[in-house]
Design a binder for this molecule. Structure first.
Ligand code: CAO
Length: 484
């Protein structure tokens, strides 16, 4: 079907173009136009590059040639620029002399070494120290703006403007520059607020819908406010780069953390509207006869997809806090579930055979399934269920994930060596491109690349570099040197 449409469309368009050309000729003969007739110029198809003959993954990286002025700190911004760096962008991280990104010194586990908080969010980047509020610092920044394609920042609202880097100024220095920002809130009553992860989870609808209906709101372990927004911002930047290929100009990209969280909670806004039509029958609360209020309640471990699902105990749950499995009573596999748990009669019994009949009995049904899961380890349940195409989710601990060989093989969990902290584990690039292979390189030491960037990227002369340094704009030379 799609093929047919695709074939037909150009033919139609051609016919129309011809018809327009013909009629304008006829008109031109009958009555000469006062104004010169509009020229119909055939639009040349954009010249596509030749198909590479190099092996997959051997022809550079997706974002080769893109240079990022990385003015990010803490988590949301750095996750975004780390992703771009993994795809090949040259990411130059500007850090305040002396201190750098505040996370370098937060949650430290090895004395005098950058924290894991920092190292795990700043791979594949270069670091330059620069006091952006000094005169010489601003001169360097101007040169950087001219040399980069994208400026990414997640300062408090207004901080970039206070520094003197307004959009108008940046655009006048480099009209091609894309300026991408993470803020806590978009325009509105809270736009001036500073925001951290859990604030965004609360303001974006996640906390009010996470937890059990009779408990307090909960935040999730997944950093959906910070890393989630960084991911959204990275997509916005790549789109702006694509548009710039056509328009030649940069633009602003804004991702508010509240919006990013809400985007990830969209099924809950769906349920908010469904409430008008009556109780949410797939919620455990319905089967328990607990009335619904006027806002989406916390749904415990109920599945968000409309298929009833809960977390059940497995063998060893008394001592192992993660001996559990997520179990979904998906309609298409219901009969297999009945056979597996030893309740073949449920396949035809009117109280259990069809999903609507099961909804008020979910507590009883999952109780019976749990009797079965408690006789097996979570991995045994996983194997037996998956052999029958019954989807289940073993609750994997971070220890199990860190030790999982298949995640090491795919580069999702990587071991990285660092000159001052030694070897550590990190999460690698979760997005796999078959022709742009990610190599995870350690995070930079504070100011490690200051000289290199001033001379090789920004082409300052040795004399100019000496002047910049003497002014204090770059702070002291880094003490720790890379061991490479
Ligand atoms: N040279 C000189 N000054 C610098 C500098 C440099 N290289 N880098 C930063 N600064 C200055 C800024 O200009 C700012 O100065 P002013 O307040 O005078 O304008 C100052 O450092 C502090 O910046 P900040 O307000 O962004 O930092 P903060 O620690 O007070 O707040 C945060 C942190 C995260 C709450 C805030 O940046 C924010 O709300 N960001 C947007 C939302 C966000 O990304 N949150 C995610 C955080 S991760 O959980």
């Amino acid at each position: 079907m799609a093929k047919k449409i695709a074939k037909k469309a150009p033919a139609k368009a051609k016919g129309k173009a011809k018809a327009v050309a013909k009629s304008s000729k006829v008109k031109a003969k009958a009555k000469p136009a006062k104004k010169p007739a509009l020229k119909v110029v055939a639009k040349a198809a954009p010249k596509a590059p030749k198909i590479s003959t190099k092996g997959w993954g051997k022809d550079g990286k997706a974002l080769d040639g893109v240079r990022i002025l990385d003015f990010t700190h803490v988590q949301s911004g750095p996750t975004c620029t780390q992703l771009l760096a993994w795809f090949g962008a040259d990411v130059i991280k500007i850090e305040r002399p002396g201190q750098g990104d505040i996370t370098r010194g937060q949650l430290m586990d090895v004395p005098n070494a950058d924290s894991l908080y920092f190292t795990m969010l700043n791979h594949n980047k270069r670091s330059i120290t620069l006091d952006s509020k000094s005169k010489q610092g601003m001169n360097v920044l101007e040169r950087l703006v001219k040399a980069c394609d994208v400026l990414v920042e997640n300062f408090a609202p207004g901080a970039l403007d206070r520094m003197g880097l307004t959009w108008e100024r940046i655009h006048s220095w480099n009209p091609r520059m894309i300026v991408a920002s993470v803020k806590g809130f978009g325009p509105g009553p809270y736009e001036d607020c500073k925001v951290y992860e859990n604030v965004a989870q609360c303001a974006g609808g996640s906390a009010s819908t996470t937890g059990f209906h009779d408990g307090i709101p909960l935040v999730t372990g997944a950093q959906i406010g910070d890393s989630g927004t960084g991911l959204h911002l990275a997509l916005g930047i790549v789109c702006a780069l694509m548009q710039r290929n056509r328009t030649g100009r940069g633009q602003r990209v804004l991702c508010a953390m509240q919006d990013g969280v809400l985007n990830l909670c969209r099924v809950k806004l769906r349920d908010q509207q469904r409430l008008k039509a009556g109780p949410l029958k797939e919620y455990t609360q319905f089967g328990q006869g607990i009335p619904f209020g006027d806002a989406v309640p916390r749904a415990g471990n109920d599945s968000g997809g409309g298929q009833p699902g809960v977390i059940l105990k497995c063998k060893g749950w008394e001592t192992d806090p993660n001996a559990y499995i997520y179990f979904i009573t998906q309609a298409p596999v219901w009969e297999k579930i009945c056979d597996l748990i030893g309740e073949p009669g449920w396949k035809t019994h009117p109280d259990y055979a069809k999903p609507p009949a099961r909804l008020p009995r979910l507590t009883e049904i999952f109780g019976r399934i749990e009797q079965w899961t408690m006789t097996k380890s979570k991995f045994e349940v996983m194997n037996e269920c998956n052999a029958l195409d019954i989807p289940v989710g073993p609750i994997l601990s971070m220890k199990e994930i860190a030790e999982e060989p298949s995640l090491r093989e795919t580069g999702t969990v990587v071991e990285v060596d660092h000159p001052t902290r030694g070897k550590y584990l990190s999460v690698g690039n979760p997005i796999k491109l078959s022709d742009s292979i990610t190599e995870v390189k350690r995070s930079p030491l504070l100011g490690e690349h200051t000289d290199e960037i001033l001379s090789k990227v920004l082409k300052f002369t040795p004399r100019e570099i000496a002047e910049i340094k003497a002014s204090g704009a770059t702070g002291e030379a880094p003490k720790a040197q890379a061991a490479e």
